[in-house]
Design a protein around this ligand. Structure first.
Ligand code: FAD
Length: 456
């Protein structure tokens, strides 16, 4: 981008303070947690925007988009930059559109729907929802910082998914408003099933400007940590707990040793050499779960009834992709994968992977509900990175034995496992970003030439 581009943008916005050019800030706001992957680290380290723009309204976004379309300038949307496969890293420079200032929670409606601007932080939505008797159905472990727009465009699920499934399931995303990347940007509203053309598209086919998110009924969640001598025993108990419909849960996470050894602040509740389960259950059921765990030879190392405000550790800070963060902090040669085990063959699959890769593949399981309502062991294994071919061998072997893998070491929507086989996201790209200016390079199947032909 040239100086005159930037001057013209400032004129159109009627203010200069929305535009950040200071190199360190540009660098910081061009990055996310892509360095989780040694492969993406190599590929994305030198990528950055020309400028960052922080709009405060849809009207400001419209002015930026219209100008970018005319001048052929790429625009990459950013929420809070906590994505961990470079989703928000601009591959072709241009503008990073930082939506953090658009963070208003517009309403918590009486039927349990949060209406928000895209930059609203999930932690803030959770607080507002709880005050009104509701709570987030599911959220990533980064919820304090992560934005709701970034979660819809880049995330998949998390804490709560054991009850409500993934973000894309059960009409959790009721409706979205989206601005298109065109000369005259259109503000479109998608309701119900229509949202799936934009969800998890990494900001490649429209800019989400408003969100209607269905909430769950508020519960007071107690926390428990239960240690077991062997991973197989921890898995047996975790599977039983997850499938027991009488016990309401927000989290069941199972770690094999030595993963708990990476959790420095809670090391004292993680006995040496033992597998451990971290869970959140409905407060009135804490005593039942504790008793059941003891009956199954589990050692309850931490049991905390619901408290507001909470004192002491928050177990979710060690689950989902936070587990990976603690592991990488301890040993930078570690990284991760995203897998779904087959619930009917899972024990056999554990055995085969251990036989093939030994302790280079450590089991970290998050029990979740899938789109058919079945509880399945989703896995974010901590894996040792030796070489790229070795990592690919792990992925290939998993797939060979029926473990599905959403590869977090690729930087394209199609590679990550949430690309729809009906190609709805790709079709939306042709319709709403015909010149391929939104987060270019991230939707690999989009062809600019075909788009131009279709328009003519
Ligand atoms: P960003 O990283 O800023 O953006 C994500 C993608 O969305 C980018 O492609 C961006 O271009 C696009 N985007 C952002 N806003 C918009 C918008 N308004 N319109 C269109 N596109 C947009 N993810 C999970 O799903 N579950 C987890 O439990 C989880 N745990 C994590 C733990 C750690 C420690 C880390 C580092 C990451 C984790 N993640 C997890 C990934 C990430 O934190 C979440 O997906 C989070 O919701 C992303 O939100 P964000 O605001 O940071 O989005």
């Amino acid at each position: 981008m040239t100086e005159s581009h930037i001057a013209e943008l400032a004129t159109r916005l009627g203010r200069r303070d929305a535009i950040i050019e200071e190199p360190q800030a540009v660098e910081r706001l061009s990055k996310d947690f892509y360095w989780y992957s040694p492969i993406l680290k190599r590929l994305l380290d030198d990528k950055r925007a020309d400028v960052i723009i922080q709009p405060q309204s849809v009207e400001e976004i419209r002015k930026i988009v219209s100008f970018s379309f005319t001048e052929n300038i790429p625009v990459t949307v950013r929420g809070s930059g906590t994505g961990n496969y470079g989703q928000a890293v601009p591959l072709e420079g241009g503008i990073v559109l930082d939506l953090a200032p658009m963070d208003r929670i517009l309403a918590i409606e009486s039927d349990g729907v949060a209406v928000c601007e895209p930059g609203a932080r999930l932690g803030a939505i959770e607080i507002a929802a709880r005050k009104a008797g509701w709570e987030l159905r599911c959220y990533p472990s980064t919820y304090i910082k992560a934005s709701v727009g970034g979660f819809l465009a880049g995330g998949s699920g998390g804490i709560g998914s054991i009850t409500y499934g993934a973000l894309r399931d059960n009409q959790t995303v009721r409706a979205i408003e989206v601005l298109t990347m065109e000369q005259e940007p259109r503000l479109l509203r998608f309701v119900g099933d229509e949202v799936h053309q934009i969800l998890h598209s990494w900001g490649t086919n429209g800019i989400i400007t408003k969100i209607w998110l269905a909430l769950g009924i508020r519960r007071d969640w107690a926390q428990i940590a239960i240690a077991f001598p062997a991973f197989s025993e921890a898995y047996d108990f975790g599977e039983w707990l997850s499938r027991n419909d009488k016990i309401r849960k927000r989290l069941v996470t199972i770690f094999e040793w030595p993963i708990p050894s990476y959790f420095i602040p809670v090391r004292k509740i993680c006995p040496e050499e033992k597998a451990i389960i971290f869970c959140q259950v409905d407060d009135p059921q804490l005593t039942t779960v504790t008793a059941e765990a003891k009956d199954c030879a589990g050692q309850v190392t931490f049991a905390q009834p619901y408290q507001e405000p909470r004192r002491g550790p928050l177990l979710t800070d060690y689950t989902w992709n936070h587990s990976t963060l603690w592991a990488i902090k301890d040993d930078p040669a570690l990284t991760y994968l995203q897998c779904n085990f087959d619930p009917d063959r899972v024990r056999d699959q554990f055995r085969l992977i251990r036989a093939r890769f030994g302790n280079d593949f450590l089991f970290h399981l998050e029990m979740v509900k899938n789109d058919t309502g079945r509880i399945i062991p989703s896995c974010l294994p901590i894996v040792r990175y030796r070489t790229e071919p070795y990592l690919n061998e792990m992925i290939d072997y998993c797939r060979e034995i029926g473990v599905s893998v959403a590869n977090p070491h690729v930087n394209q929507v199609e590679g990550g496992g949430r690309f729809r086989s009906d190609n709805r996201q790709l079709r939306a790209k042709y319709l709403f970003d015909p010149n391929g200016l939104l987060n270019p390079g991230k939707m690999a199947t989009f062809r600019k030439v075909e788009s131009i032909l279709a328009q003519s």
